[in-house]
Write a new protein. Structure first.
Length: 320
């Protein structure tokens, strides 16, 4: 237990030597509460959350920064170093000359001197800052953008750098030229989309996989009911006296990945923490392996006849 009687979240050591709490609190939502900073502070102070995940796209960096400042000021944590903050480079800034300035802008919104982890949000780029229109998409300069990410790391603005929504094939391309290898690939992963091929590539190269939408993002524009309405998970949960969400998160933990769970409900936030002191049985795991597989976050918005990705197969390199 941490100070104040809250649960300690296990950490995984990234290839930069920094420890990342395996459970992060996500802040990307179309229904973000007005008192998000207070909700995050409650999660840090009373429940033991230490990893806060945001992105320039989410519009929540200021609230996350306020929560970090409040947590330090109120003594909920001893210092900024006790919290792990992740943010992401949006596609409008996914150009070599914009990477470092974009991170500086994120840090200004957060009120922080550095990020613990900075991720390329998608392997997608716009010709210029804009509304994300498909017609403005240009070829993603993976090497040029990654050199910018490496510069962020060299300058100490990001202790670790990584990517998000990269296929196994794109990870292999990146790893072939990276001087500073990516520490993390944050991707959709849950019992309904297990990402076995990607996890194999990442494991072979010391890259930690972090799962977003670990509960399927049910209720979002692209969410899936494959997790929260799974008959298999309901059966396992009933047998174990757990919630469906706890079984889904426990399964991820046993896969050796990190996961970012989004909830603004204090009781569910607490329940999501209660997954570290029990294990799934072999029968449980065998049942879970029977759940049908389908990618929910397809990224259709990034597919265009006039853009670099003319099909979902091209965006995901056939991994759909």
């Amino acid at each position: 237990m941490a100070g104040g009687g809250v649960m300690m979240i296990p950490c995984v050591t990234l290839n930069t030597g920094h420890a990342m709490p395996v459970l992060g609190l996500g802040t990307g939502s179309s229904r973000t509460p007005e008192d998000l900073a207070a909700t995050l502070l409650h999660a840090v102070r009373h429940l033991g959350y230490r990893h806060l995940d945001t992105a320039s796209l989410y519009g929540t960096e200021r609230a996350v920064g306020a929560a970090v400042a409040d947590a330090v000021r109120s003594g909920a944590v001893a210092s900024r170093a006790d919290l792990f903050v992740t943010s992401k480079l949006w596609i409008a800034d996914a150009r070599p000359d914009r990477v470092v300035p974009a991170l500086r802008e994120s840090l200004a919104r957060l009120g922080l001197d550095y990020l613990d982890l900075f991720l390329v949000h998608w392997p997608v780029a716009l010709a210029a800052a804009g509304d994300g229109s498909k017609d403005l998409q240009v070829e993603f300069d993976m090497e040029g953008v990654w050199r910018g990410m490496e510069e962020c790391h060299r300058l100490g603005l990001a202790r670790s750098v990584g990517v998000s929504n990269f296929s196994a094939a794109k990870m292999s391309r990146l790893l072939a030229f990276a001087v500073v290898p990516p520490a993390v690939n944050q991707v959709e992963m849950n019992v309904g989309w297990r990402q076995e091929k990607l996890r194999e590539v990442c494991a072979e190269n010391g890259v930690v996989v972090t799962a977003f939408s670990p509960l399927g993002a049910l209720g979002s524009d692209w969410g899936s009911n494959a997790v929260m309405e799974s008959g298999v998970l309901r059966d396992v949960a009933a047998r174990r006296g757990k919630t469906v969400a706890q079984v889904a998160l426990r399964w991820l933990h046993e896969q050796g990945v990190g996961f970012v769970a989004r909830s603004f409900n204090k009781e569910r936030l607490k329940q999501n923490m209660d997954i570290f002191d029990w294990e799934l049985t072999d029968d449980d795991k065998e049942m879970i392996m029977q759940i049908p597989q389908r990618r929910a976050c397809q990224g259709e918005f990034f597919v265009s006849p006039n853009g670099p990705y003319k099909s979902l197969e091209e965006l995901w390199d056939g991994e759909i």
